[in-house]
Ligand binder design. Sequence first.
Ligand SMILES: Nc1ncnc2c1ncn2[C@@H]1O[C@H](COP(=O)(O)OP(=O)(O)OC[C@H]2O[C@@H]([n+]3cccc(C(=O)O)c3)[C@H](O)[C@@H]2O)[C@@H](O)[C@H]1O
Ligand SMILES: Nc1ncnc2c1ncn2[C@@H]1O[C@H](COP(=O)(O)OP(=O)(O)OP(=O)(O)O)[C@@H](O)[C@H]1O
Ligand SMILES: NC(=O)CC[C@H](N)C(=O)O
Length: 687
Amino acid sequence: MARTEPFHAPRNQGFVRVAAATPVVHPADPTANALEHIALIEQAGREGADLIVFPELSVSGYAIDDLLMQDALLEGVEVAISMIAAAAQAAGVIAVVGAPIRQTDALYNCAVVLAGGRARAVVPKTFLPNYREYYEKRWFSPGGEARGSVRIGGHWCKFGSRVVMEVEDRPGFTFAVEICEDFWSPVPPSTRAALAGARILLNLSASNVLIGKADDRALLCASQSARAMAGYVFTASGWGESTTDLAWDGQAMIHELGAKLAEGPRFSMESHLTLADIDVERIGLERLRTGTFADCARDEDRRTSEDDRFGRIIIEAEEAPAGPTTDLIRPLDRFPFVPDDPARLDQDCYEAFNIQVQGLMKRMKATNGERLVIGVSGGLDSTQALLVACRAFDRLGLPRTGILAYTMPGFATSDGTKSNAWALMKALGVTGAELDIRPTAMTMLEGIGHPYAKGEPVHDITFENVQAGLRTDYLFRLANQNNAFVLGTGDLSELALGWATYGVGDHMSHYNVNGGVAKTLIRHLIRWVAAKEHGGETADILHAILDTEISPELVPAKDGQIQSTEATVGPYALNDFFLFYITRFGLEPSKVAFLAHQAWKDAARGDWPANTPDDEKVEYDLKTIKDWLRKFLVRFFRTSQFKRSALPNGPKVVTGGSLSPRGDWRAPSDSAATVWLNELETQVPDA
Ligand SMILES: Nc1ncnc2c1ncn2[C@@H]1O[C@H](COP(=O)(O)OP(=O)(O)OC[C@H]2O[C@@H]([n+]3cccc(C(=O)O)c3)[C@H](O)[C@@H]2O)[C@@H](O)[C@H]1O
Ligand SMILES: Nc1ncnc2c1ncn2[C@@H]1O[C@H](COP(=O)(O)OP(=O)(O)OP(=O)(O)O)[C@@H](O)[C@H]1O
Ligand SMILES: NC(=O)CC[C@H](N)C(=O)O
């Protein structure tokens, strides 16, 4: 896709900005309603919206009963629609309004799609409520079967409920409409519209408010956006609508793939907009990777008669007036694996920890295991694995002394991590021991003729991997000796980067509980376990471990500087961000860079996960993001897959994916990264 707009414009990154409008209603006064519409359309234009949607019967008012059958009112509605269409064109916004429309001597409750200064499609409501407080069949005909064309404001346009609008030159900007009761039915018309290709579903609603109803609507919006794999924009009539027998709260919500992007104020007396950027590109990728969607679409198509098939209406994109590029309008977690919302984070930690514990317990049971062996470095990963082991042993009723924990100092082990490792093993009540790997490592270095054995300060990969390999060698033989198995500690982020020593190294174990957990989540998990399960001394040690710089400690410190993992592979905060969007959704590198920049460019903007220390509240500019993303792409796509092609067992934990070859990431061990690198270089500016 040729990019003609600047990199920083959300519109150019596969987003469609939608506005759910909540106008003040003037019952049975189309001209007054038109003016409310026009004011909101102009505001939407200034805010950079592509599409604005109004409530059900927004031009006439909903609760006007038999006034709907008055010729003067219906004529007034048509005039008002023309006024609104002209205003929408001037504002550069596609508008969808609610209006009573006559077609072949019947009246329909319709959504009118306005683009290019005129009505382009009229979609009648399929399911008319006629129960309890609703009497719509008194005035309207059901629109499910209605087909043909209709003349509005002197222009003919398509009439019928089986239409998907497609906006030219905006890939993925396809939308369809349903009206209020339609989505309270067991099979909402929007389900079929989604299967026919609509990625944004609009609901024009006049849903009177009752206690508890807002939650019901939110549930339906969230579930319809999840089930139909779509964006769902809902807006219901608000202040000004007739309260003769009912009341109106003006609830407006925008959802995408089950998640809420935006929600407007309820019971407001002012006209207002609820805005969000819907990621139609991501919706397309999600449908693509979930084969069930296409299977269902085929199935539906097979059972649909020719007359019932959806048609496409191609709409030219409205010319947006020039204006400053605005930031993305949607929630965007800096840490995709660590939600900002404290309740959600608590729930995620609870689930992650229990998934890890359950995985290990089953393996212990299946092997009649009563002991396991683990290398404890005083770093994050082995700490988390040890916490999981303790919980699993407690739940299985096994004594923690069956956990055989070894701290194994090498040439670069610092006093700090070693003493943290010892303090942790003691506090948790496991069987701790120390095994100095240096003599054996020296023997091996001598045996292979490595210069370090002759006293030269050569700290190359061989020097590093001799140590990592010997630790693993010792652990595996200790497992044999003690009728135990080796618990792995490597995390998801390390697997993404290939940051482990292959085979005879920390890459291998008998069972790995951390392989499905990203490093950024491991940090919070340790905090969470410290707060929930441990107090006093253990919690203090856990916090001391959290405060330690992440390091493999394979190369001795130079000038007081320890070997820093993040200085080599990049900040885990960014790497986990890249990993999530690339593996979970398959986004192209430029979009990942765009999102990372939106999320990380300003430390003062948006929320941080609860308990994030102030010194971790950093920001990254686009150049820094591009540089680290380039390295990530090389590591992920070109150099590290062979390590993931041979992984020990362990549970999948996060939706961002597991990188196990038996899980949801399969890739060749000998591929190139060229396509991703080229896309990055050509599409992402350096600043
Ligand atoms: N596609 C492919 N298919 C088959 N073999 C392939 C291969 N690509 C490389 N190789 C071979 O693999 C070997 C390189 O892999 P490997 O032996 O693993 O070594 P390598 O990846 O070069 O080094 C391990 C890295 O992980 C770091 N590390 C180690 C241990 C713990 C931690 C930590 O903090 O968690 C970090 C360490 O600092 C070092 O940078 C070479 O012999 C190469 O020829
Ligand atoms: N000094 C050590 N003593 C015992 N085991 C070690 C030691 N150093 C490394 N290991 C083992 O090798 C694994 C990989 O080392 P690494 O340094 O990556 O892990 P970590 O220190 O637990 O966590 P992080 O990578 O987050 O610092 C450790 O989890 C641990 O099981
Ligand atoms: N306008 C309508 O279709 C209203 C009916 C719908 N069930 C509601 O209460 O929101």
